[in-house]
Design a protein around this ligand. Structure first.
Ligand SMILES: [Zn+2]
Length: 502
């Protein structure tokens, strides 16, 4: 960038920030917010109102398809003229079935769909929460497909933005379907991994080329959300993407999926990581785990070593043999190179769980906690949940929604659960909101020294004071770190929020 342009850019940044800070109320004392939080804990609605406005940092564990509410899928199925099969609770195009619009006048059909497509009204019956939860994805498939991709993303991001979230990492498609079809055609035998990778390499280059314009299109959603773009840290909400591969795929498919995810995460800044999805307790997940970790290790070493966040330990003794749980999280970190763990519910069953948690603390490997999802799928809640075990051992944790449409939740509700069911304090929740950015995969240096939130970098010592204007040094640091800019936004959001409670 030419020097004069750089100067203009810095001046623009300073003016924008000065404006933002001028709007901030006087420097607030956290103690007022703590008192208001403790008063609000008297009832759930009072706490909900308090927590809805609380800045929440980020939601980093979000499957977009599971985050969409089935009510909007029904609207789309009606608009598209789809038909409904009550025997399967699914929408399709078979003209002999019931027109979708009939669900609006037939409550039996309506509840058949809505209840089957989410945990709405799930009362147990003959089915476990685990089975019902995972079956919803097959039920709502066609109805979700009736919606525009951008509309689904808008629903999920707008909902998060309305709850004072600053950042999201979304598990969603990042490449056009025709590019995927070409990439996954005639897959090489992954028994010989070096050979399989050599076959896939030119396809990876092509896939990356196709991903860029696809993601550029998605940027336009920023305007619909009142922002200049979706991914710039200058906006109130900043988005990054995570590629998902499926544990239940064949070895060859899994190899190709993992290669794509790792390659894209290493080469496209908007795609920040790869993850692995599908029920972890499935026999195929158990049988293929060692092989899949080897594949991830092989590809990660050769394709740029990007960040990985992997589901691990979404298990309990009621759905898994104890032997599976004794090293699932450790292997996911030590062989699979996970920098974050999704769920981690079975931590207590790990061999040397304390040693493993000490390692996670030391290496900054955070756990994405998903309370509603764990309760629905695993029946793990209250004192059965390992959240406090992690916290007691200093492992960084933060709250996430996982599949809020299926769970019928929001991040605010996860915070409510955290407070009422896990006994988290205001300062616990505030630390988690900060963890969600500190342990995010945003690029650049942190705002804080040594991950200590009491110690912002020297150029930002005054950043929690009214009227603070960034120095040239602060602006230079901001210009080269997306993470720092989002962290600064979060700190300013806390100043605004806490000033409501003098
Ligand atoms: Zn998940």
């Amino acid at each position: 960038m030419p020097q004069n342009q750089q100067r203009r850019c810095r001046r623009g940044l300073a003016i924008a920030l000065a404006g933002c800070f001028a709007m901030s109320a006087a420097f607030a004392d956290e103690a007022g917010a703590v008192r208001a939080f403790n008063r609000a804990k008297r009832t759930e609605p009072e706490l909900f109102v308090f927590l809805k406005h609380m800045p929440k940092g980020g939601d980093l564990h979000v499957h977009v398809s599971g985050a969409a509410y089935s009510d909007y899928m029904l609207d789309a199925a009606i608009a598209k003229g789809l038909t409904f099969d009550p025997s399967t609770a699914q929408f399709g195009t078979d003209p002999s079935k019931t027109p979708a619009k009939q669900l609006l006048t037939d409550n039996g059909l309506l509840y058949r769909f809505l209840d089957a497509a989410s945990m709405r009204g799930w009362m147990g019956g003959g089915q476990s929460g685990h089975d019902h939860f995972f079956e919803t994805f097959g039920i709502f498939g066609a109805a979700l497909g009736a919606r525009q991709r951008m509309d689904v993303l808008e629903e999920v991001i707008a909902r998060a933005k309305s709850q004072n979230e600053q950042y999201m990492e979304l598990m969603t498609g990042v490449t056009p379907s025709q590019a995927n079809t070409a990439y996954f055609q005639n897959l090489p035998d992954s028994t010989d991994m070096p050979h399989a990778l050599s076959v896939l390499r030119p396809r990876l280059v092509k896939l990356l080329q196709e991903a860029k314009p696809y993601l550029d299109q998605m940027e336009k959603l920023g305007k619909r959300l009142g922002q200049s773009s979706l991914t710039s840290p200058a906006n109130p909400m900043t988005i990054r993407y995570i590629w998902s591969c499926n544990r239940l795929s064949t070895n060859d498919e899994f190899f190709a999926q993992a290669a794509a995810g790792i390659y894209l995460a290493a080469h496209e800044p908007r795609i920040v990581a790869m993850n692995m999805v599908a029920p972890e307790d499935h026999p195929l997940s158990r049988q293929n785990f060692a092989r899949q970790m080897k594949i991830v290790d092989f590809l990660w070493q050769r394709l740029g070593r990007p960040n990985l966040t992997l589901h691990a330990g979404e298990l309990t003794p009621s759905i898994s043999p104890p032997e599976t749980m004794k090293d699932r999280i450790r292997k996911t970190i030590e062989v699979g190179h996970a920098r974050r763990i999704g769920h981690g519910v079975s931590i207590a069953w790990e061999d040397d769980a304390e040693g493993l948690m000490a390692k996670m603390k030391k290496e900054g490997i955070a756990v994405e906690i998903c309370l509603s999802s764990n309760e629905s799928i695993l029946g793990v809640a209250g004192i059965h949940h390992p959240l406090h075990l992690y916290m007691a051992h200093g492992v960084p944790v933060f709250l996430n929604t996982d599949d809020e449409g299926v769970s019928r939740s929001t991040l605010t509700l996860e915070y409510v659960k955290g407070a009422l069911e896990q006994g988290l304090s205001y300062t616990d929740l505030k630390r988690m909101a900060r963890n969600a950015i500190e342990y995010s995969f945003l690029s650049g240096e942190s705002l804080f020294e040594g991950r200590d939130y009491r110690r912002p970098k020297p150029a930002f010592h005054g950043c929690r004071r009214k009227g603070w204007v960034p120095s040239r040094r602060a602006q230079a640091l901001m210009a080269r770190s997306d993470k720092l800019r989002v962290q600064l936004r979060l700190e300013r959001a806390f100043v605004d929020f806490e000033s409501r409670f003098p």
